[in-house]
Design a protein around this ligand. Structure first.
Ligand SMILES: Cc1ncc(C[n+]2csc(CCOP(=O)(O)OP(=O)(O)O)c2C)c(N)n1
Length: 385
């Protein structure tokens, strides 16, 4: 026996048998994206939900077309269209309760509008005006986020804080496939799982991060598989099947609300149009690929189901189209008016309490504007003399 063993400080016992901290099997996504439309399960879907989804999808597609046209007319600086991704956008908004929060990225204007934000205000940022354009608190929609994945830690922070305060709130955060390579994605998912925050992450895998295809973004079996590394469930869903996305998200939201913690949902979809009006998609992908996805169109998938169940007649089709046209005409008319901007507004909403430096800059601008105003007044005066 060695001296150390005699003293009892050295215990050469074998280490305890290693056990995973949690069983990874239930966290793994299905082998294939979950689908409802076109399967036997579709017959169980509530007709009212099908009609609601349909009206919103038709409206969403029209919104995308109108916003894209506004970029060509110089009325909108940039528009990242979600044509082809409407099912994800609409389902995300409909899966939430009014008291919940949505954290969108720049591509998610349809989800923002489906949540109740004014269609013009939802475009303010993309028009290049200052600030978000809408009051985030009114419909519980955080600002559209352009820095990739930065909305995710915000969502986790809000969800965690709500839980600490005992508020019954779930946060749903949207991000693209490219955004999953950001550090913020990792940090948000890690914190969310450790804290068991009531948050749902929706990754819209639309195939590309501008020109970078998914294969150059990750070597993971799927983006949903990333969930297991954080200790949360990963769900894989057909992102063009509005019913399936709605069901998976509603399930994840319910789970989060009941204290079950976060979920990572990967919706497999496709960006039918270019990244934005500033991008030429023909430089990095072929027409044949786009055509294949056009045949798996979210509106057509839903129309097929509604028709098969005798829920879609020409009246419903026409009323959905009419409502979408009315929205588009209003969007056109109001986007064609120049916004009235107050330069002093630049300083609003920067801090809850403005800093001394900000007050100083504010005073400087006020003085410059007043001087300019006085000059214009005297110019007009001299012109009259
Ligand atoms: C932190 C950061 N890095 C780079 C960019 C530039 N950028 C804008 S969009 C984009 C691609 C994002 O692709 P993805 O996350 O798949 O979303 P999608 O645009 O396809 O919806 C990049 C790299 C950015 N906005 N933010």
């Amino acid at each position: 026996m060695t001296v150390l063993e005699q003293r009892g400080t050295y215990r050469p016992t074998p280490p305890p048998a290693w056990q995973p901290r949690t069983d990874p099997a239930p966290l793994l996504p299905d082998a294939e994206p979950y689908r409802v439309l076109g399967t036997d399960a579709a017959a169980q879907t509530d007709p009212e939900l099908l009609r609601r989804l349909y009206a919103q999808l038709v409206r969403g597609r029209r919104y995308n077309a109108q916003a894209t046209a506004l970029t060509k007319q110089g009325r909108l600086a940039v528009y990242p269209s979600s044509t082809g991704q409407e099912a994800c956008e609409v389902a995300a908004a409909l899966a939430l309760q009014e008291r919940d929060w949505l954290f969108p990225s720049y591509r998610d204007t349809l989800a923002v509008v489906a949540r109740g934000v004014d269609p013009v205000e939802a475009l303010t940022l993309l028009r290049g005006d200052r600030h978000t354009g809408y009051d985030p608190y009114e419909h519980r929609v955080a600002p559209l986020c352009t820095p990739l994945a930065t909305q995710l830690p915000h969502a986790v922070g809000l969800a965690h804080a709500a839980r600490l305060k005992g508020d019954d709130v779930v946060a749903l955060a949207m991000v693209g496939d490219g955004g999953t390579s950001e550090g913020d994605f990792h940090e948000a998912l890690n914190f969310a799982a450790v804290w068991q925050a009531p948050v749902v992450f929706l990754v819209q895998n639309n195939g590309f991060a501008i020109s970078v295809p998914l294969a150059k973004q990750t070597a993971a079996p799927s983006l949903a598989h990333k969930a297991v590394g954080y200790g949360m469930p990963g769900r894989l869903v057909d992102g063009n099947d509005a019913v399936a996305v709605h069901e998976v998200l509603a399930d994840a939201v319910r789970r989060a609300r009941e204290g079950g913690g976060p979920t990572l949902v990967e919706a497999v979809t496709y960006r039918i149009e270019a990244h934005t009006n500033a991008d030429d998609a023909t430089r990095y992908r072929g027409d044949a690929e786009v055509e294949t996805w056009r045949e798996h169109d979210p509106i057509q998938l839903l129309e097929r189901e509604l028709t098969a169940r005798g829920l879609l007649d020409e009246d419903l089709r026409q009323s959905a189209r009419d409502a979408a046209e009315t929205m588009a005409a209003d969007l056109r008319a109001r986007m064609n008016q120049d916004p009235v901007l107050d330069p002093m507004d630049l300083f609003s909403h920067v801090y809850a309490e403005p800093t001394p430096q900000l007050r100083e800059q504010q005073a400087l601008l006020r003085a410059e504007l007043d001087a300019e105003h006085a000059d214009q007044g005297s110019d007009q005066g001299s012109a009259h003399r």
